[in-house]
Design a protein around this ligand. Sequence first.
Ligand code: FAD
Ligand code: NAD
Length: 475
Amino acid sequence: MSKKFDVVVIGAGPAGYVTAIRAAQLGMSVACIDDWKNHDGSLSYGGTCLNAGCIPSKALLESSELVHRAKYEFAAHGIDTGPVKVDLAKMQQRKAGIVKQLTGGISALFKANKITALQGRGRLLKDRKVEFTPHAGKVEILRGKNVILASGSVPVELRQVPFDGKTVVDSWGALEFDSVPKRLAVIGGGVIGLELGSVWQRLGAEVVVLEALDDFLFMIDRQIARDTLRQFKRQGLDIRLGAKVSGATRGKSGIRLEYSNSKGEQEIEVDKVIVCVGRRPHSVDLFEQGCGVTTDSRGFVEVDEECRTGVADVWAIGDLVRGPMLAHKGSEEGVMVADLIAGEISEVNYNTIPSVIYTAPEIAWVGQNEEEVKKSGRAYKVGTFSFAANSRAKAMEMATGMVKIIAARDDDEILGVHIAGPMAGELIAEAVLAMEFSASAEDLQRTIHGHPTLSEALHEAALAVDNRAIHAVNN
Ligand code: FAD
Ligand code: NAD
């Protein structure tokens, strides 16, 4: 006999586990199936984000940033540390400890919310039945009044440079190096490439980033992209744009990568390669053929604005479906779906999802960039403010980067906010809230900000939209 639940969730990443908790809060009986297995064979909840993505990468970014600051920035504060030594094993242990605490926290939340947590593979069959294959033991059939697919994504592999788990690794492998590679190539100059490239460069590796496109960070505002590219290069990241990798040859002293750019055929020799050229939805063998769920040409499960698959009471969320591959996007979709199942009104505002790149400078944005606004044909005005004129950033010895606000000329509505600079990922929250409430630039202008704070740069950029910044010369 099959076990019955109001909701069966497949996947316990930030999309799936949040859905399970929200559904349980709303009084539903919930089962959540997850097949995550760590490199050491242990099992844990939290998916890519907690085990191999957001959390371990941010732990290493934080540690390596401190190394960089101690080496190159403390002196400006009058602090002499002597030679800075890195204990990589301890740094990795700290990271692993944080991951363990947080993934353990999810198990505890499942228990507290009386969620039936199952470790193994889930597969959707017809009529909302779910086949559960445990890591050990017998296959079971569960029946859900609702089924939510949240199986996430996996790294894209490059045919020319296949992963071998040692020399050529994906982002997960790159979070677990036990020594700092002397020469490191990063293929793909996107979010992961810059974050992990920064980690290992700060810890002493010579890092070359090979990016296929001629544009740096094509998805961000061009002004911010130009500004940050200059800063990354100054830090020593060797970013090569328009570099198309054609092959890899293993030699005795490393791995040789062949690539072409506008100047012709090139090659470099390195000790390790991180391939991070994007991720693809994890939809293979997730559902029985003929159950009605469909995927697009890239494997994303097709859904509408409310994450309905088109099969009654079967939903799909997170990296598995269209939209940015971000943890908070998946979590919000999960909350929406649980609310909708419970009959509540709920939606995700896809226009106000913030993005953050945790490099130095940190880059964060929400809404449209200038190129997108221009393309839309709507008349607009721009205000910028440099952190060089922000007193808190000066006190922190981090006075680089800028805030840029784009507002509509007709009704002053804020259309996009772009930040590169200290704590950009924290500062963007104010912009998200403003846009969520359809605020105007004037609303931000009239909002009182504490002094001295980094948030004053946002205030000044809003003032600059109407040429009334106080601590800058207006146009
Ligand atoms: P996942 O987190 O991938 O979880 C899916 C879960 O489902 C996994 O546990 C998987 O094992 C399980 N599963 C898959 N198929 C099945 C099946 N058939 N049966 C049972 N279980 C199954 N995003 C941010 O917002 N901020 C960041 O700072 C950030 N940093 C990142 C850093 C790195 C290095 C990487 C790789 C990603 C990062 N991301 C970040 C992206 C973020 O990790 C993803 O957007 C997020 O994890 C997606 O959540 P999800 O729940 O959809 O999928
Ligand atoms: P990405 O899409 O950010 O970047 C991939 C880059 O690789 C692009 O610039 C692309 O032009 C380039 N590329 C593609 N094919 C190439 C090739 N053959 N040779 C050289 N370059 C090539 O993808 P990612 O960095 O792999 O990250 C995957 C996803 O994970 C992203 O969608 C991102 O949203 C998410 N993520 C988010 C964060 C964060 O929020 N801070 C951090 C890490 C990852």
